[in-house]
Design a protein around this ligand. Structure first.
Ligand SMILES: [Zn+2]
Length: 325
């Protein structure tokens, strides 16, 4: 039930993507570009946007060192949402750096303090691969968790970040907008896109997938007037308008595939295979130049998770029969 294969990339590289911002490649499952954490640096402070999972903490640490900084200086951590590929490592970091604080949507905050429900629902999805994928999920003391309001601004490493509530992928997803430089750190609301392809793939896992909300959030990103999107899955892209234009039509295509498959009585694996074939088609010519690109998209947004996400959504809407499990 899992399409993607591990690669051989160790991660831990740091690329200065603009002045005093580094994209740290976490080398998730041995692949480059699949999960990034963004390091913001000022002489007296380091901040991080996204931590990646606990399983890639050695790469995160190596990346901070490669950028020329001391991991122990890290004091502010911003996470887009609480899915383990984005914030699973935050607890282990705070255990090591007890002064560090973690900024998150208020609905996500309780799950950082007590990740037991998050971990058990992930374990249902990932089974015995749980530990290899995500590592140890460490609770964060409540007083270290800083819930954000929509529109709230926070100073970090000499910058001002504004929290934009952007539901759709998850109800508690936050994007971080930096007006001064015209950049948005999108988390998953900006989709998955690997360099070399124009395909902006919205990852659609259960349980909170909400395409209508996502469309509003996409519009919200557009209205910032951003010149650059920093995707957690894939890196920096400057064709902001075109990228955002493609996102919702691409989600609608996957929805239509799932609706067709599920109305025809196909199971999740069959629907996932259809999504996978569609994804490979949409990646297009980049596949010939770079066979690994299919694996990268697959690790960032497993087709089976989108099948499960749409199964739940379509059943809730009454469009397909409810699964009896
Ligand atoms: Zn993600």
């Amino acid at each position: 039930m899992w399409e993607a294969e591990p690669g051989a990339f160790a991660g831990g590289t740091a690329t200065e993507v603009e002045e005093r911002v580094w994209a740290i490649d976490l080398g998730f499952q041995g692949w480059d570009q699949v999960i990034y954490a963004y390091l913001l640096a000022a002489p007296d402070e380091l901040a991080l946007i996204e931590t990646g999972p606990a399983s890639t903490l050695p790469a995160l640490r190596a990346g901070v060192a490669a950028a020329g900084f001391d991991f122990g200086q890290l004091s502010k951590i911003f996470v887009s949402h609480i899915h383990l590929d984005h914030s699973g490592g935050a607890g282990a970091i705070v255990r090591e750096l007890p002064e560090a604080e973690v900024y998150v949507h208020p609905a996500g905050a309780p799950h950082l303090a007590d990740p037991s429900r998050l971990v058990s629902s992930a374990a249902r999805l990932y089974g015995e691969r749980m530990d290899a994928l995500w590592g140890e999920v460490v609770p964060i003391p409540e007083e270290r968790v800083r819930p954000l309001n929509d529109g709230e601004t926070v100073e970090a490493a000499g910058r001002v970040l504004s929290a934009l509530f952007t539901p759709g992928h998850a109800s508690h997803q936050v994007a971080y907008w930096e007006p001064e430089r015209g950049a948005v750190f999108t988390g998953d609301v900006g989709g998955v896109r690997m360099p070399g392809s124009a395909y902006a793939l919205p990852p659609a896992p259960p349980p909170e997938l909400a395409p209508d909300d996502w469309a509003v959030s996409t519009e919200r990103l557009r209205q910032t007037g951003a010149r650059r999107l920093y995707l957690t899955h894939g890196g920096a892209f400057d064709d902001v308008g075109e990228h955002l234009d493609r996102l919702m039509p691409n989600l609608a295509e996957v929805e239509a595939i799932c609706r067709g498959a599920m109305l025809a009585g196909e199971d999740d694996e069959a629907a996932a295979a259809r999504i996978q074939a569609h994804t490979e088609g949409r990646i297009g010519a980049a596949r010939a130049d770079d066979p690994g690109i299919v694996q990268r998209y697959g690790w960032a947004s497993p087709s089976v998770l989108s099948a499960l996400g749409f199964r739940r959504l379509l059943a809730r809407r009454g469009e397909i029969p409810r699964a009896d499990r």
